[in-house]
Write a protein that binds this ligand. Structure first.
Ligand SMILES: Nc1nc2c(ncn2[C@@H]2O[C@H](COP(=O)(O)OP(=O)(O)O)[C@@H](O)[C@H]2O)c(=O)[nH]1
Ligand SMILES: [Mg+2]
Length: 340
């Protein structure tokens, strides 16, 4: 990526230029130190124009119908409710050439054709922390560009759910019912993150099974939430094919957000998210510095060799590696340099 004029980029975002938005997202996705510095500057410039969107997480096991749902719901929100809709994804396993994204692209063709939609696939590769950071910063770019609904699709394998619930206002969980089969892929920890649950593909032969599943899950949610103060997530059914139930799902999702706002908990929730992010970023930067430090690498090789011939304990080895890290810290861009 060639060098960017960050002020110009911020202006382009404010003007809603798709090219500027795409470039800004590419910039915040980059992990190169020079790009990170530019990204920080950019995020500072756009900060006053962020935070105004309704941030919604959408989760469910692969094949649950998330992308099809996002397409149908996104089109509805634009055409009928006059929103501007941005779609992001958190999928640490994805690669840009991989099948899942191509699949998503075709499943979201109707939405992609709308002027008021912006769809960005998950940043590829890397660890969850990096992907989540890029997604969160992309969300800020899209808010500054005037998108007022941000849908964040996640892959439904656990950790990415937790990351996404840490960046959205309302978390919508999609579930599928299979005839004669109990609900698949339900983990209690994940269900507890859900603010609203929808059983998808409630159409044709599957409609009845979806209703039964919704009833069962509703009862299960009662049990899960009975032991704490947590509000019980409502369970609905919908079909992205027929459109049945989509309005109810959105109304329920919007109601959750409205309740947060009325209770004053939206601000609290976002502040808690900021605090989590603060420490996530500190942890990520530290791990990255540790991973890339030449001193640490050299020392680690020694330590591992000594561990192998039992001339050193793990405890002593850890101390040596930390000492090597401490010696290298002063050369890091964010390290304070006392006495200068
Ligand atoms: N019958 C029916 N099939 C659906 C519906 N939504 C999605 N599907 C199908 O389910 C499969 C998985 O959908 P997809 O959106 O890619 O799921 P994702 O992996 O959760 O993003 C595809 O073959 C879709 O055509 C629906 O509302 N009704
Ligand atoms: Mg998908």
């Amino acid at each position: 990526m060639r060098r960017v004029n960050v002020e110009e980029l911020a202006q382009g975002i404010a003007d809603g230029s798709r090219a500027a938005i795409a470039r800004a997202i590419t910039l915040v996705e980059s992990t190169k130190p020079a790009h990170r510095a530019e990204a920080h500057h950019l995020l500072q410039l756009i900060a006053p124009h962020t935070g105004n969107a309704f941030r919604v997480g959408i989760s469910g096991v692969p094949g649950a119908g998330k992308s099809t749902f996002v397409n149908a719901m996104g089109v509805k929100l634009i055409d009928e409710r006059h929103h501007r809709v941005a779609v992001l994804a958190v999928d640490p396993s994805s690669s840009r050439t991989g099948g899942s994204i191509l699949g998503d692209r075709t499943r979201m063709a109707d939405l992609a054709a709308r002027d008021d939609a912006f769809i960005r696939p998950s940043p590829s590769g890397g660890h969850l922390g990096g992907v989540a950071r890029a997604t969160r910063e992309s969300m800020l770019v899209l808010e500054a560009a005037g998108y007022d609904v941000i849908l964040v699709e996640t892959v439904g394998v656990g950790q990415s759910e937790v990351a996404v619930s840490g960046m959205v206002d309302t978390f919508l969980m999609l579930q599928v019912a299979r005839t004669g089969d109990q609900l698949q892929g339900i983990k209690r920890g994940i269900l507890e993150l859900a603010d609203v649950i929808a059983i998808t593909k409630a159409d044709g032969d599957n409609e009845q099974a979806a209703r039964v599943a919704a009833r069962e899950l509703s009862i299960a949610m009662k049990l899960i939430t009975s032991d704490n103060e947590k509000r019980r997530a409502p369970v609905l059914t919908c079909s992205s094919y027929t459109g049945a139930g989509l309005d109810e799902v959105w109304d329920t999702v919007a109601k959750h957000r409205a309740e947060l706002e009325e209770a004053g908990t939206l601000a609290t929730r976002r502040l808690e998210q900021q605090q989590d992010w603060l420490w996530n970023m500190v942890r990520d930067e530290l791990m990255e510095a540790l991973r890339t430090s030449p001193e640490v690498r050299t020392t680690a090789e020694h330590v591992q060799a000594k561990l192998a011939d039992e001339s050193l304990s793990a405890l002593e080895g850890a101390q040596e590696i930390l000492a090597a890290f401490a010696r290298s810290v002063s050369s890091l861009p964010w390290a304070e340099r006392p006495g200068r």
